[in-house]
Design a binder for this molecule. Sequence first.
Ligand SMILES: CC(C)(COP(=O)(O)OP(=O)(O)OC[C@H]1O[C@@H](n2cnc3c(N)ncnc32)[C@H](O)[C@@H]1OP(=O)(O)O)[C@@H](O)C(=O)NCCC(=O)NCCS
Length: 168
Amino acid sequence: MISLRRATVDDVDWLVELYTDEDTEPFLGGRGPRDWDAMRAQVERSQEEPDETGRMIIELDGERVGTMGYDRVSEAHAIARIGGLAVDPAFRGRGIADEAARRFQRYLLLERGFHRLELACYGFNERAIRHSERVGFVREGVKRKAYLRHGEWQDAVLFSLLREDLEP
Ligand SMILES: CC(C)(COP(=O)(O)OP(=O)(O)OC[C@H]1O[C@@H](n2cnc3c(N)ncnc32)[C@H](O)[C@@H]1OP(=O)(O)O)[C@@H](O)C(=O)NCCC(=O)NCCS
């Protein structure tokens, strides 16, 4: 049983450990939070300004197994950018990310009132690209060599999901 909840300050140690894991960190965007202070600031903002930002915890039968987040990028156009998805390496490969992403899409599009969700994966992150396609995100294109990561220019593969793309 997969569920999603908003992170609290009690989750910060766990989030930092997950994000700094060698099987997670290389796949995350270079500018996201990695240390305790930055993660705590993000979690507090998520608690205080849920219309603007969210840091969520994915739970399996009440146990923390992953995280994902969103930021509002346009109020006028009701657009949110999803980011920071990570599943604890011990729990990968059994559909947890897929189930959590589907729940997250419905939460953002039906409960929080967004109309369009956007996300980007590094071109080398084949697993995340496969996951995004599996859960219904529509590939919009590639931002070529847009980000410097691991000492090289990396492509970003862009995806979106509209409210009308949701299955009824
Ligand atoms: C990207 C990430 C969150 C995906 O998590 P995951 O465990 O690989 O994905 P899922 O839990 O949805 O599992 C999917 C895989 O399990 C397999 N699987 C096994 N049982 C399954 C089931 N019951 N349902 C769905 N998939 C299942 C799928 O075939 C799939 O395999 P594939 O990746 O070889 O195609 C995870 O790999 C991760 O944390 N990576 C590091 C951080 C990262 O890349 N974040 C994304 C930034 S854009």
